[in-house]
Design a protein around this ligand. Structure first.
Ligand code: HEM
Length: 121
């Protein structure tokens, strides 16, 4: 089992991850600086986004490669401050569910590693 897999399972697998992502998106949608990105996104797509987002960064069983990540966010005009806001909301959601500091650090460094792809640079 890779370190990523154990992190995914330590988070509580799908069920607990879905609680964290609900909290994450509540924060995202309550933030006027980033909420508009999700305005025209349907709920099913949003749900997929939130679950894949966290599962991918926690090393869960999710199909992900850098190319797709780039394509998924192309042409949206996402800037570094938007990325930073999203990362902050994820970190706050993880804290809300008492995820240990070391795991939060590991997740946030995975998130940081995706920044160039998400910003398409
Ligand atoms: C590490 C950071 C991020 C990850 C892991 C991530 C993950 C993903 C994934 C996997 C998809 C594809 C969903 C699908 O194909 O159904 C997606 C789409 C999307 N992402 Fe992200 N994302 C990140 C950052 C961001 C940021 C910073 C924004 C905007 C501020 C954003 C806004 C969106 C939007 C609007 C979509 C399109 C949803 C749709 O129409 O299907 N994402 N993201």
């Amino acid at each position: 089992m890779s370190a990523g897999e154990s992190l995914y399972h330590r988070l509580g697998g799908k069920e607990q991850i879905s609680n964290v992502v609900d909290e994450f998106y509540e924060r995202v949608l309550a933030d006027d600086t980033v909420a508009h990105f999700f305005e025209d996104v349907d709920m099913a797509a949003q749900r997929a986004h939130q679950t894949q987002f966290l599962s991918a960064v926690a090393g869960g069983p999710v199909e992900y490669d850098g190319e797709d990540m780039r394509e998924a966010h192309e042409g949206m005009g996402i800037e570094p401050q938007h990325f930073a806001a999203i990362a902050t909301h994820l970190e706050a959601a993880l804290r809300e569910f008492d995820v240990p500091d070391g795991d939060i650090e590991a997740i946030m460094s995975e998130v940081a590693a995706l920044e160039d792809d998400v910003l398409c640079r």
